[in-house]
Design a protein around this ligand. Structure first.
Ligand code: ATP
Ligand code: MG
Length: 249
């Protein structure tokens, strides 16, 4: 299996705080890998390293076999163009309507306007949104905003998709639709996905493998079945969502 992403011995601290202390993780082509872990454990920080928003204190990040931090500007640009991101907050442009938000990246690639229109319409219907092209993000619900942000990322047909809490705050039906879309991207386009999530139900539905971040490192990497069978007290506390156990809130 081809390693699409490899993170090697990644360390990252912020003033007064060591966040990552030796993260190792491989993500294989065409798999859905879920990253779980407590709030503040550094899950979003890992994703930000994969798109160059944050630079490692030490450690290496390879995408398609190319080391990201040592890559030339041109190589970095080529690597980034393969990656789509759904940020935790969605991050739509408030001054643009839904259509223009989804069209943004396509227009930046100078796609002809008729292709832009077709792709935007197809992608919006893929995420179950129709007839809201002219609305501003502020005029639609939070769950719909998330789906527009998802459409914006998917419209660029990335080889790698990074999702930061795609189902958090979504109602169960929207969450189910987002999960189905993640699987559809894998099955029909062979997209490699990293999904940061608190939503264990969703992780159970979509993950080929799960990685659990604890104290700056991956405490567990394996299938959901292996996760479910683990007798590690912290892992059990986390997946069962209990307040009592080795860790206190
Ligand atoms: N740019 C930054 N400057 C300083 N500290 C930061 C920065 N980014 C993240 N941190 C700190 O790093 C830690 C990990 O943050 P991160 O956002 O990765 O957590 P998380 O696991 O994604 O949590 P959540 O599940 O709540 O989203 C936090 O303590 C956060 O305050
Ligand atoms: Mg986060």
């Amino acid at each position: 299996m081809k390693e699409k992403i490899r993170i090697e011995n990644l360390y990252k601290s912020f003033p007064g705080k060591q966040v990552l202390s030796g993260v190792d993780l491989s993500v294989y082509e065409g798999e859905v890998l879920c990253v779980i872990g407590r709030s503040g454990s550094g899950k979003s920080v890992i994703l930000k390293h994969l798109i160059g928003i944050l630079a490692p204190d030490s450690g290496l990040i390879h995408i398609d076999g190319i080391e990201f931090t040592g890559a030339s500007e041109l190589e970095r640009h080529a690597l980034l163009s393969k990656i789509g991101v759904l940020f935790q907050g969605g991050a739509l442009f408030d001054s643009m309507n839904v259509f223009d938000n989804v069209a943004f990246g396509l227009r930046r690639r100078n796609a002809p306007e008729e292709d832009v229109a077709r792709t935007v319409t197809e992608t919006l219907s893929l995420v179950g949104l129709r007839g809201i092209d002219e609305h501003r993000p502020s005029e639609i619900s939070g769950g719909m905003q998330k789906r527009v942000a998802l459409a914006r990322a998917v419209a660029l047909k990335p080889e790698i998709m990074l999702y930061d809490e795609p189902t958090t705050g979504a109602d169960p039906i929207t969450a189910g639709a987002v999960d189905r879309l993640i699987l559809k991207m894998r099955d029909s386009l062979g997209v490699t996905s990293v999904v940061v999530t608190h939503d264990m139900k969703s992780a159970w539905r979509i993950a080929d493998r799960v990685a659990m971040l604890l104290d700056g490192r991956m405490a567990f990497i394996g299938t959901v079945e292996e996760l479910g069978a683990s007798d590690d007290p912290f892992i059990r506390q986390f997946i069962e969502g209990r307040a009592d156990g080795p860790r206190v809130a």
